[in-house]
Design a protein around this ligand. Structure first.
Ligand code: GLA
Length: 695
């Protein structure tokens, strides 16, 4: 359920952490948007995805031949908003770069101007006037410039009396014909038509009026409907335009991107050539996410056949940004002429398997890890809807490498990462080396100066035998990594796994935090060709828990995920900034110590096998009046050691006591009580951990 105060800028990452233990196996459950009808595009776990879904929408606009694949290009909004740097120099500079950096050749064609290009007032004849400071030569000159480069020009206005920016630029409501005429005369090729200041008028009528006006110009203009998914546009917009926004605005954060992804995925059946779901423009390169997260963003937008509109200022683009945006193998997924939006095969514990059928009969599968720790995600060729055959070609679209598989498609995916694989039932599979999957039995937690045991695996998923297999694990400078059992095998047949025990230690005095290691498998294909696969591993250096009884709010956690804002120490959640809550209060009782969180939440503590008990008085904080329902759970190395039923805001605090003897990681979990996370402010009041002296 959506939080009533939800807003793009306030979303924070909701993740389930997996510190310490790696989950294998896949319990699948289909995912549908709350309140939406059953989605024919969702498959039943374990069964092949359904046959190609025909769009349930009214006759679409394919006949005009526009946007037969999702539009690609650039739009300034995400990087500039209304700031002065949005001007002719920027726009033409971006056009130059699209050409110079090979992005035009990769498919990026539209250069789109967003809000703030006009003066606030129309001229005496009711015509729109370009801002003479931003666009001293007018819009026609910009159109000529980009056309001269073989690119196309897009423009923006609103289906209201004014546009969305607070400065209030003229909207096209009541001016549809003359504004459309003006755009066509300037040489505009694309219109983004927004929804602000719409005077409460019916959306379909407003968007139809502009469709008719654009048609009347006789110029082919891609029509982008931007009413934020408010009136279920997927049900009527295919008859009007080529794309429609399905959600509110994206922000440059993991939480915002994730939330939009989850809303857009269930709409797969509505997309197709000439009519696309639009989950908003790309944030890749704007700085609010890691490169791993931006690769996930770009991968999943491509899986959803979303428009790919670059939203960062390419004049400041890093090599990583160009590498992501320019990945032609991923772009080919987005631009596949079959035009199918990917659907969810399974989703459980933050492990997503999404499949997109391609025109050549292959399937692209995204193994997407929503959680804050590495997880193994697995599926197989039949679940992806591929025919049975001896072997399949498996192409890694980020690593640009080919392997063969006997049918299993699996990888350990880093936190917030996506592995993108194209699986083909062709006869050429034997030309590739077998896929050998590296794995580890968990993200290592290490106390500096002490040895941690680990087990790595190298599994042959291929149809062919891997030969001269050699596994290595390398740690940061100064760390000790020692194999305690064989790490080589002469031959690894289909389905066989080489297990190796390791001893890892960080030097005494290593500061707490995350450190990168690499697990690598080198081997040879039957032909003798060398191959390898690597797995990045994150080790966390932790401190042992103090002996005796401590307040959990005084101890460092290994990781924390929280539904809104950060988890708080000795305060209630508050929802936004750190420290914005109140004294912890449940059922009128105020507590000096404890943890204030918001469902869905998970706090992980390192207990190192040295602690035996966690106690707390738990309940819904009083700060949200009569609202909020949650359930509490204490997990000891993944085992439920204590928990409550659903608690509501009217209940007093419930005492909770968990035996956590021997556990290395204890997690405090708060779920939503089954009714969505609205107002779910949860307190672990007076939470304590009891330990003996660490061994
Ligand atoms: C709305 C749209 C955004 C952007 C702004 C411009 O918020 O959804 O994409 O165009 O308006 O003001």
């Amino acid at each position: 359920m959506r939080h009533p105060l939800a807003h793009a800028l306030r979303w924070s990452a909701v993740g389930v952490l997996t510190a310490g233990l790696m989950c294998t196996g896949l319990t699948a459950s289909a995912v549908a948007a709350p309140g939406s009808p059953p989605d024919p595009a969702l498959s039943t776990p374990g069964l092949p995805p359904p046959a190609p879904a025909s769009p349930p929408a009214p006759a679409s606009t394919t006949a005009d031949g526009l946007a037969l694949t999702p539009p690609m290009g650039f739009n300034n909004w995400n990087s500039t908003h209304c700031r002065a740097e949005f001007n002719e120099t920027m726009v033409e500079g971006i056009a130059d770069l699209l050409v110079a950096k090979g992005l035009k050749d990769a498919g990026y064609r539209y250069v789109n101007l967003d809000d703030c290009w006009a003066l606030p007032e129309r001229d005496a004849d009711g015509r729109l006037v370009p801002d003479p400071v931003r666009f001293p030569h007018g819009i026609k000159a910009v159109a000529d410039y980009v056309h001269g480069k073989g690119l196309k020009l897009g423009i923006y206005t609103s289906a209201g009396t004014k546009t969305c920016d607070t400065a209030g630029f003229p909207g096209a409501l009541g001016h549809e014909s003359s504004d459309a005429r003006q755009f066509a005369d300037w040489g505009v090729d694309y219109l983004k038509y927004d929804n602000c200041n719409n005077q409460g008028q019916d959306a379909r009528q407003r968007y139809t009026a502009m469709r008719d006006a654009l048609r009347a110009t006789g110029r082919p203009i891609v029509y982008s409907i931007c009413e934020w998914g408010q009136n279920r546009p997927w049900e009527w917009a295919p008859a009007l335009g080529q794309l429609w926004r399905t959600t509110g605005d994206i922000g440059d954060s993991w939480g915002s991107m994730l939330s939009i992804l989850k809303k857009n995925l269930p709409l797969a059946a509505y997309a197709g050539p000439g009519h696309w779901n639009d989950p908003d423009m790309l944030e890749v390169g704007n700085g609010g996410m890691t490169d791993t997260e931006y690769r996930t963003h770009f991968s999943m937008w491509s899986m959803m056949a979303a428009p790919l509109l670059v939203g960062s200022d390419l004049r400041k683009g890093s090599q990583a940004t160009f590498d992501i945006l320019g990945n032609r193998e991923v772009i080919a997924v987005d631009q596949d002429p079959l035009g199918r939006q990917g659907t969810v095969v399974s989703s459980s514990g933050g492990r997503w398997v999404v499949v997109k059928p391609m025109k050549d009969g292959s399937r692209v599968v995204a193994l997407f890890n929503e959680t804050g720790g590495a997880q193994r995600i697995a599926t197989d060729a039949s679940a992806l809807g591929l025919p049975g055959t001896a072997g399949y070609t498996l192409r890694d679209l980020w690593q640009h490498r080919g392997y063969n598989t006997a049918g299993t498609v699996a990888a350990t995916v880093p936190a917030h990462g996506t592995v993108l694989l194209r699986v083909t039932a062709d006869r050429r599979w034997a030309a590739h080396p077998p896929a050998v999957e590296p794995g580890l039995d968990g993200d290592p937690l290490a106390v500096a100066g002490r040895t941690v045991p680990l087990t790595s695996t190298a599994a042959d998923l291929g149809r062919t035998t891997a030969r001269q297999v050699s596994v290595s694990l390398s740690g940061p400078e100064g760390w000790t990594v020692r194999a305690a059992s064989p790490r080589t095998a002469r031959a690894l047949r289909t389905g066989r796994t080489l297990r190796t025990s390791w001893e890892l230690s960080a030097p005494p005095g290593t500061p707490t935090g995350s450190y990168g290691l690499t697990l690598r498998v080198d081997y040879r294909a039957p032909s003798g060709v060398r191959a390898d696969s690597t797995l990045p591993v994150t080790a966390t250096v932790v401190v042992p828990p103090p002996p005796g009884e401590s307040f959990l709010s005084d101890l460092p956690w290994v990781s924390a995920a929280n539904g809104f804002g950060p988890a708080e120490r000795d305060r209630s959640n508050g929802e936004s900034a750190a420290g914005d809550g109140h004294p912890l209060t449940v059922g009128g009782t105020v507590y000096a110590k404890g943890l204030g969180v918001h469902a869905e939440s998970e706090l992980a503590y390192y207990t190192g096998g040295a602690c035996d008990r966690v106690t707390a008085d738990v309940g819904v904080d009083d700060e949200k009046g009569g609202h909020g329902t949650v359930a509490f759970e204490i997990l000891a190395d993944g085992r439920r050691a204590a928990g409550t039923g659903v608690l509501t805001n009217t209940m007093p605090a419930a005492p909770l006591s968990a035996d956590v003897s021997g556990a290395h990681v204890v997690r405090l979990v708060v779920t939503d009580g089954g009714d969505g996370i609205d107002s779910d402010h949860a307190d672990w009041a007076d939470a304590r951990l009891r330990c003996r002296s660490a061994s």
